[in-house]
Design a protein around this ligand. Structure first.
Ligand SMILES: NC(=O)c1ccc[n+]([C@@H]2O[C@H](COP(=O)([O-])OP(=O)(O)OC[C@H]3O[C@@H](n4cnc5c(N)ncnc54)[C@H](OP(=O)(O)O)[C@@H]3O)[C@@H](O)[C@H]2O)c1
Length: 345
């Protein structure tokens, strides 16, 4: 078994394994059975992966609920990251809150209590704002976050899908309460490298914030398992990659209007463009006795510029075993440079 390194979430003092487990698809009945989730959960803890990422909106609360059941049944101690979704007409759950005005930032406290009940725990290790607010300011939300920390219900605070300026605003607002912004979660993987250049990495480096990349395997594409199908990515994944391509945190370099970006074919969906990357990843994998998935995760986890804690989604005991072996080794500087060469397409 790999000895998994422990890392601090930003400067929060909260220590977690260098890799977490994404549970967005742990929604029983929806292409995964509850017994499979329970087995996967046990395998994660056996492998030393006890940091789980969920959200109130995953499966309308069912991801948190099933995780809560696993925690109770297994009994071992775990670290939980979950998320609060600010009000949006696109998200019916946020329209159902009872808080005096559902648009009030205080709805965060109601959402937090709901997550604690579903998870069956009395404290969240990392509480994240799932997306930037459309109403109220980031500072209004961070003021309420600070109340949750002071009430002992939250250990560390994070944000997701925030751009550079929003990350800096959240950090400054929390700093007024003496609380560090611990993490910034963004879509980041070998096919989606904007955070390196759009200011996310710069802000995280400046402010001592850890980066948590979501979709570290590009929803499974980087495992290479679709290569056998002639480079054809299945429709569902294609849609996910397609929207990933839109770069919702707005890459500074990408000045194309949204409509133009929607209708331009993402490079990464083109098998011929993916293949050179797979070839280099394959050579690195062979040199270290690893798989493509392990190379994709290792590339993230061994970033020396900022602290990066990937959270691959895992849906089976086998995937847990594969992904855990992504840690405990490091690719060389030359290998990283070779990846950069083929990614610059
Ligand atoms: N904050 C946000 O806005 C946000 C957005 C998206 C995700 N997230 C978080 O990030 C987590 C990870 O992202 P993600 O699940 O979308 O994408 P991902 O981690 O890139 O891909 C996960 C999928 O890849 C496949 N897979 C995983 N390990 C594998 C292996 N070793 N071999 C072969 N296939 C493997 C599995 O799907 P199949 O078995 O079906 O192929 C799995 O569901 C989520 O679970 C969630 O916690 C956060």
């Amino acid at each position: 078994m790999v000895n998994i390194e422990i890392r601090e979430l930003g400067k929060s003092g909260v220590m977690v394994p260098a890799m977490g487990v994404g549970t967005m698809l742990w929604t029983p009945g929806n292409s995964i059975a509850e017994e499979t989730i329970a087995g996967t959960y046990t395998a994660c803890l056996d492998a030393g992966l006890n940091f789980f990422d969920t959200a109130e909106i995953y499966g309308g609360g069912s991801s948190e609920r099933v995780l809560g059941k696993c925690i109770k049944k297994d009994g071992r101690s775990v670290l939980i990251a979950t998320k609060f979704a600010p009000p949006s007409p696109m998200n019916p759950l946020t329209q159902k809150r009872k808080t005096v005005s559902k648009d009030s930032p205080r709805a965060l406290l109601e959402a937090l209590d709901g997550s604690l009940v579903r998870l069956g725990i009395d404290r969240i290790d990392l509480y994240q704002m799932h997306m930037p607010p459309s109403k109220n300011t980031i500072a209004d939300y961070m003021d309420v976050m600070s109340e949750a920390v002071k009430a002992g219900k939250v250990r560390a605070v994070g944000v997701c899908n925030f751009n550079e300026s929003q990350i800096r605003q959240a950090h400054a607002a929390l700093a007024k309460h003496g609380i560090p912004l611990a993490t910034a979660m963004v879509g980041y993987n070998l096919l989606r490298r904007w955070p390196e250049t759009n200011g996310t990495f710069a802000a995280c480096k400046d402010l001592g914030i850890s980066v948590i990349p979501y979709a570290p395997l590009a929803e499974g594409v980087l495992t290479g398992k679709y290569r056998a199908k002639g480079g054809h990515v299945p429709f569902g994944y294609k849609i996910a990659l397609y929207f990933g391509h839109l770069n919702i945190t707005k890459d500074r370099r990408d000045s194309k209007p949204l409509i133009q970006r929607v209708f331009s074919k993402p490079l990464e969906l083109n098998g011929r463009r993916l293949e050179p990357l797979f070839q280099v990843m394959g050579e690195i994998a062979s040199a270290h006795g690893k798989t493509l998935a392990q190379v994709a995760i290792n590339w993230l986890a061994t970033n020396e510029e900022v602290g990066v804690i990937p959270i691959p989604g895992m849906k089976s005991v086998k995937q847990v075993g594969d992904n855990a072996d992504a840690l405990g080794w490091s690719m060389t500087k030359e290998e990283r440079e070779r990846i950069d060469e083929v990614c610059a397409i």
